[in-house]
Design a protein. Sequence first.
Length: 197
Amino acid sequence: MLITLEGLDGSGKTTVWEALHDVYPDATFTREPTDSWYGEAVGRSMGDPDADPLAELFLYTADHANHLSETVRPALADGGLVIADRYSDSRFAYQGATLARSDAGIERPLEYVRGIHAAFSRPPDATIYLDLDPKTAAERAGRTDKFERDGYLAAVRDNYERLIDADPGRFHRVDATRAPEDVVARVEDIVAGLVDR
Ligand SMILES: Nc1ncnc2c1ncn2[C@@H]1O[C@H](COP(=O)(O)OP(=O)(O)OP(=O)(O)O)[C@@H](O)[C@H]1O
Ligand SMILES: Cc1cn([C@H]2C[C@H](O)[C@@H](COP(=O)(O)O)O2)c(=O)[nH]c1=O
């Protein structure tokens, strides 16, 4: 089973992902961007305020392709539980928002990014969405990179809402304004329910 954690920067994904390690010691814990050289290339692009938005999309997508073949598909083929801190929905939401603000000329960017993935990706079985307002998200994240601005994060959040509307059965919304221990407890309940199904 593939479970993904999604949400704005600073929504608490990594906090939850780390807490789940203790509960599911045999699971495969993974994340995007990965620590492969593809992920390093993504990191370079993220650090460049003038990075070409389409090139950046394809760097993230290359990292995803490698993540699938090297980590996700093998673990799933072994019957394992995979828990990913960010996955394809991050691309749909973030690069959908980036392309919408760019002069790349892509109509319906969120659908475009989804379409690129359709031929090769493996959708999550369930996605836990840590729901947080953009202002708090940017504050928690420290506004350190070009993605962590509340105006941009508002557009990303709108895209997440569109993704949830399109596939409500897959998403489990968690109120990320709650205290960390409450958020972790809620996520652990959801994951337990999914794994026991
Ligand atoms: N529920 C919470 N309430 C208040 N602060 C929190 C909560 N969860 C996490 N934090 C704090 O917010 C910051 C970001 O948390 P975390 O790294 O888990 O978020 P993230 O979603 O993984 O962020 P990013 O996407 O930027 O990596 C950390 O300082 C963390 O301690
Ligand atoms: C996978 C992925 C990530 N991003 C953005 C979101 C964050 O601002 C950074 C890095 O993620 P982290 O959780 O803070 O380590 O990258 C993105 O725009 N598109 C993606 O596909």
